[in-house]
Design a protein around this ligand. Structure first.
Ligand code: ALA
Length: 406
């Protein structure tokens, strides 16, 4: 199966730049991916030929802006395999999870339980802790296996008749492990619990069919999925959005306002108070369309070949240890590793001197670092535009760090 990585790379202007005299080996896609020309063009078209507010004006620019914004919603919905009216634009993935924690959380009662896992990003822990302080719900936590997967064998004993929601990372931003959603959904159904996925690290790797997965809520970020910053998506089943009270109040989300009482607009507008991130949403729509145009069978095979090359190379460097599944099965192209005796920040700084961008530290997953009793890892997170030269530059940098920093 062949994948024309050069044809993908040339669509991303930053990848042909020389920055401070070095080529760009961008392997920090888990924190923020790069943006292709089609996304930049869509944002520029909005800014230069249709910039106005949405859902308010009657002039032609307002109508253009509204049409482009609603078309972006359709693009996102098509990418997720869902209905456009179930797609809410938010400020990011974190904002989407906070929306659910606040709004769906308002429907919960003291003593109701929410089940998370030990590998969750702080954005899928802290909003629930805030909800716990407000309402008296309880939190439970699924442990993580030695290879960095959510331990689904532990799930049955953690489910209780009061478990209302299970909220988990679709793909871990540290270990790259892919969740077995069907197993989670099947168990959740036995007690009538809802399932929410934090899709931040999965959405950038191709279209989804959320109804087939059987989940109830899905969140992801625009900037990790080749779109602009400052936009994200919450998808939820229509009947859930319908039942949920507003999160933020303001313009656009109302039916009728008087000082005595306000009625609210139906979803998704009920959850999009104020002026939304219009250009960003339009860019994200273009990014979703761009992703749908890619052959993901080939792209995923390409990404996983990079993972194999990376893992093989790391294993040849004395004192490296990978945190995450050793096989390519049920994993995505995020690889964390430790280099004995060298702090991950020092590894990352050495790599930067080789023109290689990675993230190092706790990756906003301190409970997972506690689980493995480590301060942090160096994390390599890949996208379809990465190639062997990126991996080889990284391996050269790690070898250098191993030689010079110990
Ligand atoms: N959540 C992003 C990451 O894992 C920022 O790097």
């Amino acid at each position: 199966m062949s994948f024309n990585v050069a044809a993908v790379r040339w669509q991303f202007p930053i990848l042909s730049e020389i920055i401070d005299g070095q080529p760009v080996h961008y392997l920090d896609n888990g924190a923020s991916a790069q943006t292709p020309d089609v996304v930049l063009d869509a944002v520029r078209a909005y800014e230069t030929t249709g910039r106005a507010n949405v859902l308010r004006g009657v002039h032609r620019l307002a109508e253009r802006a509204t049409e482009a914004y609603e078309n972006a919603r359709i693009e996102v919905a098509t990418f997720l395999g869902v209905a456009p009216l179930e797609v809410v634009f938010t400020g990011g993935c974190t904002a989407a999870i906070n929306l659910v924690a606040y709004s769906y959380g308002a429907l919960l009662k003291p003593g109701d339980r929410i089940l998370l896992s030990e590998l969750e990003h702080h954005s899928n822990i802290v909003p629930w802790q805030l909800l716990r302080s407000r309402t008296g719900i309880e939190l439970d936590m699924i442990p993580v296996t030695v290879e960095g997967r959510i331990d689904l064998d532990a799930l049955p004993r953690l489910l209780t008749p009061r478990t209302r929601l299970i909220s988990l990372a679709h793909v871990s931003n540290v270990t790259g492990a892919l969740l077995d959603i069907r197993a989670v959904v099947a168990l959740a159904k036995t007690i009538g619990a809802k399932v929410m996925l934090d899709g931040a690290q999965r959405a950038p790797h191709g279209p989804l069919d959320l109804p087939a997965l059987g989940v109830d809520f899905y969140a992801f970020a625009g900037h990790k999925a080749y779109g602009p910053n400052g936009v994200g998506v919450l998808w939820a089943k229509a009947e859930l959005l319908e039942a949920m009270p507003p999160f933020h109040g303001g313009g656009s989300m109302i039916g009728r306002v008087t000082f005595a009482e306000t009625t609210f607009a139906p979803p998704p507008r009920r959850f999009e108070a104020g002026t939304p991130p219009i250009g960003q949403a339009i860019g994200l729509g273009a990014a979703c369309k761009w992703m749908r145009g890619l052959d993901w069978t080939a792209a995923h095979a390409h990404e996983m070949a990079l993972v194999q090359r990376l893992m093989d190379g790391l294993q040849k460097i004395d004192g490296t240890q990978i945190l995450g599944p050793a096989s390519l099965q049920s994993r995505y192209p995020v690889v964390s590793f430790m280099l004995d005796g060298v702090h991950p920040h020092d590894v990352a700084q050495t790599l930067d001197s080789f023109g290689v961008a990675v993230r190092a530290g706790h990756h906003c997953c301190q409970p997972l670092m506690d689980r493995f009793d480590i301060d942090g890892t160096t994390r390599v997170s890949m996208a379809p535009y990465n190639d062997n030269t990126d991996i080889d530059a990284l391996l050269g940098g790690v070898q250098h760090a191993a030689r010079t920093l110990r």
